[in-house]
Design a protein around this ligand. Structure first.
Ligand code: MN
Length: 197
């Protein structure tokens, strides 16, 4: 098969109590896996089977007749990225270099958090909240469904999945509690800094 489900960077119960092993079991083991399986079926026997995930996402973005391939490819990428944005005993604050950039582009760390949480809470329906670098400047954006900011030239640094499958087993309708807990306790600042380059 062209694409494989990447291994989780931690154990399925390691994000507890913020994200339960039951949620990871469904979210990673069923949803993420289904996107990989669907993508493999859709590209099997086509030139896309030999392309990278990023190439497929960029070449199918915005094309109505390729939406099935785009949605599954982008969701494979988004979920792999999301898992890496989290880590057990994460949260806190980034190193002084990234913290300085956050203060320069958002005023202060608290305002940055407020904007990220607000994007996550105001994304209507399924989607993602992101920290991106856009022409060197840090920005908060949100995307619906499978959409991913790098198709618009923005560098992805950090994301929080706000599809209901990401939090409903643990938080039901309390999306704000999920988003705040993830931000405060699971954010993997080392990964985010690495993405900034
Ligand atoms: Mn998800």
């Amino acid at each position: 098969m062209a694409f494989e489900l990447p291994k989780l960077p931690y154990g399925e119960s390691d994000l507890q109590p913020v994200i339960s092993s039951q949620t990871i079991g469904f979210h990673y083991g069923k949803h993420h896996k289904a996107y990989v399986d669907n993508l493999n079926k859709l590209v099997d026997g086509t030139p896309m089977a030999g392309q990278s995930l990023e190439e497929i996402i960029k070449s199918t973005a915005g094309q109505a007749d390729k939406s099935g391939i785009f949605n599954n490819a982008a969701q494979v990428w988004n979920h792999t990225f999301y898992w890496n944005c989290l880590k057990p005993k994460g949260g806190g604050k980034p190193s002084s270099a990234l913290l300085g950039k956050i203060q320069s582009d958002f005023g202060d760390f608290e305002n940055f958090k407020k904007e990220m949480v607000n994007a996550a809470l105001t994304q209507f329906g399924s989607g993602w909240a992101w920290l991106v670098a856009d022409a060197g400047r840090l920005k908060i954006v949100k995307t619906p469904n499978a959409e991913v900011p790098f198709t618009k030239g923005q560098k992805c640094l950090f994301t929080i999945d706000v599809w209901e499958h990401a939090y409903y087993l643990d938080y039901q309708n309390r999306r704000a509690d999920y988003v705040n807990a993830v931000f405060d306790q699971l954010t993997n600042w080392d990964f985010i800094e690495k993405n900034l380059g």
